[in-house]
Design a protein around this ligand. Structure first.
Ligand code: KG4
Ligand code: ZN
Length: 352
């Protein structure tokens, strides 16, 4: 069994042999955080507390097996929000104690990498490159023989998903902004000059997204957009449930759609450019892309044009889930890497 609670999803899954999903349950907290434009840590911890027992119960019921059939319980140790992590870890320890199961600690980022392997036939040939782009991380790793991770580059400021969420919030869209901007981008015309890719001093493989956020802010400030932004907020506040793409299009003029398209093109360029350079440098057999931003339709399309094969998880396994935690734990169980009941949550936990 895998348990994940590092950010704003409470998730549990049962996976057999590191590959076969017997059950997967994800409770998202979008309704709690939506109106704040981002995750509020204290509210997240409280929602995890509410959700963890029913989520784990549903996951066991759907799996068709009993606690006695489990081989181990795995849980995300970090990185993530400390209060959120604690809920999952404490619950996993309780299961381990009650049912006398070994406990396995998983790094959330390693989980995202393993989400990709669920749909790969056979083994991934190493070395490979892994790009993890989510609301909390934008990291580029080399995966060397023996599944040893080496950090090649990371964001110096915002994560890619965070940039999506912040620009969406600035424009009056609801959280999480990534999926909305991704769906609206094809309706706009990208202008390359609007968002220029930053040149990185020092490590050229590092990413930066804060300049894009500033460029969007300047663009908004240079226009009289208050009525447009207020109109969008009024629209989603008046709708019960999630607005459709048609709802958003009705309150978003062409100029704004063009800005969204330009931003999306710049993010895709920034991510794929560095990932493909890294793949060339280390002679990688493939690039693994995971994390919430891996759901991005524009990114998936553009990745098809790279010389090296790019592997994505299914969209449901790209965002936070517990299947990826159970899958990553399988390799650790094989290697005998178990944790004990002193396991502590780590808000930052490097994978190298
Ligand atoms: O991996 P994830 O579920 O949680 C973290 O570990 O952060 O990623 C969530 C992030 C959010 O920032 C969300 O806006 C972004 O992934 N995201 C997207 C898309 N779907 C989710 N960003 C761009 N395009 C998408 N289609
Ligand atoms: Zn994540």
């Amino acid at each position: 069994m895998g348990i994940e609670s590092s950010c704003d999803e409470t998730a549990a899954a049962v996976v057999a042999d590191g590959r076969r999903i017997l059950s997967s349950v994800v409770a998202s907290q979008f309704d709690t955080h939506g109106k704040y434009g981002g995750v509020v840590p204290e509210l997240a911890s409280r929602e995890h507390l509410r959700a963890i027992v029913p989520v784990v119960r549903e996951c066991m019921e759907k799996s068709g097996i009993g606690y006695g059939d489990l081989d181990a319980v795995a849980v995300t140790q970090g990185p993530g929000l400390i209060g959120s992590l604690l809920v999952g870890i404490t619950h996993a320890k309780a299961i381990a104690m009650t049912h006398e199961l070994p406990l396995i600690a998983v790094n959330h980022i390693e989980g995202h990498i393993h989400a990709v392997l669920m749909d790969v036939e056979g083994e991934v040939r190493l070395p490979a490159v892994a790009l993890i782009a989510s609301g909390g991380h934008t990291h580029l790793f080399a995966i060397d023989e023996g599944w040893k991770y080496r950090l090649i580059g990371k964001t110096r400021d915002d994560a890619a998903g965070e940039a999506y969420d912040k620009i969406a919030k600035l424009l009056g869209f609801v959280y999480p902004g990534g999926p909305i901007l991704d769906k609206l981008a094809p309706y706009g015309v990208a202008k390359r000059s609007r968002f220029t890719a930053p040149r990185m001093k020092g490590n050229e493989m590092d990413f930066s997204f804060s300049g894009m956020k500033t460029a969007a802010l300047r663009w908004v400030e240079s226009r009289d957009m208050q009525a447009e932004i207020a109109g969008r907020k009024a629209m989603w506040k008046s709708i019960a449930g999630t607005p459709t793409i048609e709802d958003w299009l009705r309150v978003t003029p062409q100029e704004t759609l063009d800005l969204i398209a330009s931003f999306q093109a710049a993010v895709i360029e920034e991510l794929l450019h560095r990932a493909s350079d890294a793949a060339r440098d280390i002679g990688a057999s493939c690039v693994i892309v995971s994390g919430g931003v891996a759901c991005n339709a524009g990114l998936r399309k553009a990745a098809g044009k790279l010389r090296v094969p790019v592997l994505f998880p299914k969209p449901v396994l790209s965002t936070d889930n517990a299947v990826m935690i159970a899958a990553a734990a399988f390799r650790k169980a094989e290697a005998g890497e178990y944790a004990d009941l002193t396991l502590a949550a780590k808000s930052s936990l490097p994978l190298y």
